[in-house]
Design a protein around this ligand. Structure first.
Ligand code: SAH
Length: 353
């Protein structure tokens, strides 16, 4: 049975009209689901029992539920294990920054991409998540923490651009002002470099406007041969194709691109790597007409038992950052939150897998 959380506001309206109800009911129900964070139809106090009953015949209203939560003693980061309607388990992370809270959400249960350093892919792909499930990860975190989430990063498990339609539906639902009303500019989608997906994002329109979400590209290597060794998707799409697609997204949206680069000791942190990374980024993004260089997010790789990869030490990370800066490229070393609860990047994984 389809979940009521998966409907956009206009679909909900059509459905209610079909059921012989007044249009404005759709706004009330949408707001209960997506703004007031009610977890079941029952909680909608201004909707009649009769209508709730008829909706329940057509749609499921089971929200996702928190199966486990670990809170970091260091920084208040919370890692959640959520249970979906069909008992599939997925993870999400709640992070507190000085002025805002961010939800890191999963877009698929498991992942098919096979990146060698990543824990999310170890058990393969279980299934795509629906738009409503993605949205509910955020609502469940808000309910549990009693705090408002204003920023979302789609950087949990899964490859969002291989679940494209659900991702777009999620964006429509989560940015709708009748519901959660998140700003697109506070949403970041991270991809391992699915070129057709990035190009589709560049073409995507809402009304007459292009998207305004932030795009992060997991590059992790500046040479194709090296990238192939750590990311199987590199066999399919070359680095230059990936960067050209990102450039198209920039040209359409003028949103600055972020490049994610997991620093792996002795693998991708040499002088040649820094020089080549700077060269290809400048070549793609710094053309005479316009352009803005991407920001580089350097992530000291989180050791995942299976991979054997190690992070460079702090000095090594800083040295790589400095080398990039000498070439005119700004990088920042990602601040780690929740490292004591395996909430750190790439460790979204069930201990029990
Ligand atoms: N599939 C998407 C989004 C999920 S991963 C993507 O590939 O971008 C979010 C980020 O965490 C990616 O940049 C990913 O490469 C990175 N990551 C995964 N495992 C990691 C690890 N062990 N250490 C550091 N970064 C990791």
């Amino acid at each position: 049975m389809k979940s009521i959380y998966d409907l956009t506001a206009s679909e909900l309206k059509e459905e209610l009209v079909r059921m012989g109800e007044k249009e404005y009911r759709a706004g009330q129900i949408f707001s209960w689901l997506h703004a007031k964070g009610v977890s079941h139809l029952d909680g909608m106090t201004d909707i009649s029992r009769d209508l709730k009953g008829r909706l329940a015949e057509r749609f499921s209203d089971r929200g996702i539920s928190v199966s486990k939560c670990q809170e970091s003693a260091l920084d208040g980061t919370r890692k959640y294990l959520f249970e979906l309607e069909d008992a599939t388990l997925i993870e999400g992370v709640f992070m507190q920054y000085r002025d805002w809270n961010t939800s890191c959400i999963s877009s698929q249960a498991g992942c098919a991409m096979g990146c060698r350093f990543c824990a999310s892919t170890v058990g393969g792909l279980k299934r795509d998540m629906t738009a409503g499930e993605m949205a509910q990860e955020i609502y469940a975190m808000e309910r549990d923490t009693g705090s408002r989430v204003s920023h979302v990063v789609v950087m949990g498990s899964g490859e969002p651009l291989l679940n494209y339609d659900n991702l777009m539906r999620f964006l429509d639902i989560i940015t709708d002002s009748r519901g959660k009303g998140l700003s697109q500019r506070n949403i970041t989608v991270s991809t391992c470099g699915i070129v057709p997906g990035i190009e589709a994002l560049a073409r995507e329109k809402r009304g007459r406007e292009h998207l305004q979400i932030n795009l992060a590209i997991s590059l992790h290597a500046a040479f194709d041969e090296k990238r192939k060794k750590i990311m199987p998707i590199a066999e399919r799409y070359g680095i230059s194709e990936v960067l050209d697609a990102a450039r198209k997204y920039y040209d359409a949206t003028h949103r600055r691109i972020t490049i994610e680069y997991a620093l792996i000791d002795g693998v991708n942190d040499t002088d040649e790597d820094a020089a080549e990374l700077a060269r290809i980024l400048k070549k793609t993004f710094f053309t005479s007409s316009s352009g803005s260089l991407p920001l580089i997010n350097l992530i000291p790789v989180n050791p995942v038992t299976e991979s054997g990869f190690k992070r460079p030490d702090r000095a090594g990370c800083l040295a790589f950052k400095n080398k990039l800066e000498n070439f005119g490229i700004n990088g920042s070393i990602r601040r780690e939150l929740g490292s004591d609860i395996d909430g750190a990047c790439g460790q979204l994984r069930l201990k029990s897998l």
